[in-house]
Design a protein around this ligand. Structure first.
Ligand code: 6PG
Length: 245
């Protein structure tokens, strides 16, 4: 399926759209079925979580939601660097979701061991499609360098890994990360990029309009074969896109 691009005046409008789409998808999920959601790290996803905690706490049945992460820094869960801690503080502590529905990546564990363990956790709890677990909703951010989750331009080969999860490294800090790989990202039913700010405008245009060097960017390789790809942008992030014909 192709990509759909929505441009919003601000993060509040973007977050409302995200939350409504998410809530509608859950309402459409049969009662006896869980809905699997993979969360991303980053300041933009955090804004969406805070909005949902404020306005969608009671508007959906969180008991139907299984929460996973698309990547995690290899730090303890109490670290300010932890994507789990960020999601816990901005969303999970404010909604009625059973603790058994939350599957955090154990950033404190040995990275190689944890990447295998987490892949098994996903296989056990997320329904497969063509033998690859298929997330119902997978949220992504976009880095200034075109990275997404913790797949960076200088370790692009990890995108094509035959594993579901890999150990990667932040290119500057050398911080170890656990990340989903391309095969599980591109298997998801709904892949949603949430990007805000004029600082991302060049990168958004490079990826979406396939400008020079686009093929070297991990975000460019996100293309859910049988799923929907949504780009939710604020005006700043969409600032370099060609006006629609
Ligand atoms: C992380 C994220 C990363 C993030 C982007 C965008 O662990 O940091 O997975 O991919 O989503 O860097 O982050 P911002 O929205 O803060 O720019």
């Amino acid at each position: 399926m192709g990509k759909i691009i929505h441009v919003f005046s601000d993060m509040e409008e973007l977050s409302l759209f995200f939350a409504r789409k998410f809530a509608d998808s859950i309402r459409e999920t049969p009662d006896e079925q869980y809905f699997s959601l993979a969360l991303s790290g980053g300041s933009t996803p955090r804004k969406v979580f805070e909005y949902m905690a404020l306005h969608f706490r009671e508007k959906l049945d969180w008991r139907k939601v299984l929460i996973f992460w698309s990547d995690e820094r290899c730090v303890p869960p109490g670290s300010d660097e932890s994507n789990y801690k960020m999601a816990k503080e901005s969303l999970l502590d404010h909604i009625s979701i059973p603790s058994g529905n939350i599957f955090r990546i154990q950033g404190e564990a040995d990275p190689v061991v944890e990447s295998s363990r987490y892949a098994e956790v996903i296989r056990r709890h997320v329904g497969a499609h063509h033998n690859i677990p298929r997330f119902d909703f997978l949220m992504l951010g976009l880095g200034d360098d075109g990275h997404t989750v913790s797949l960076f331009p200088d370790n692009l080969q990890l995108f094509g890994s035959d594993k579901l999860c890999e150990v990667s490294e932040q290119p500057v800090s050398k911080q170890k990360r656990i990340t989903l790989t391309g095969q599980i990202i591109n298997q998801a039913a709904n892949v949603v990029f949430v990007v805000c700010g004029a600082s991302k405008a060049d990168m958004v245009a490079r990826v979406i309009e396939k400008k020079e060097g686009w093929e070297l960017l991990p975000a460019s390789l996100v293309s859910p074969g049988e799923g929907e790809l949504l780009w939710l942008l604020d005006k700043g992030a969409a600032g370099r896109l060609k006006p629609e014909e």
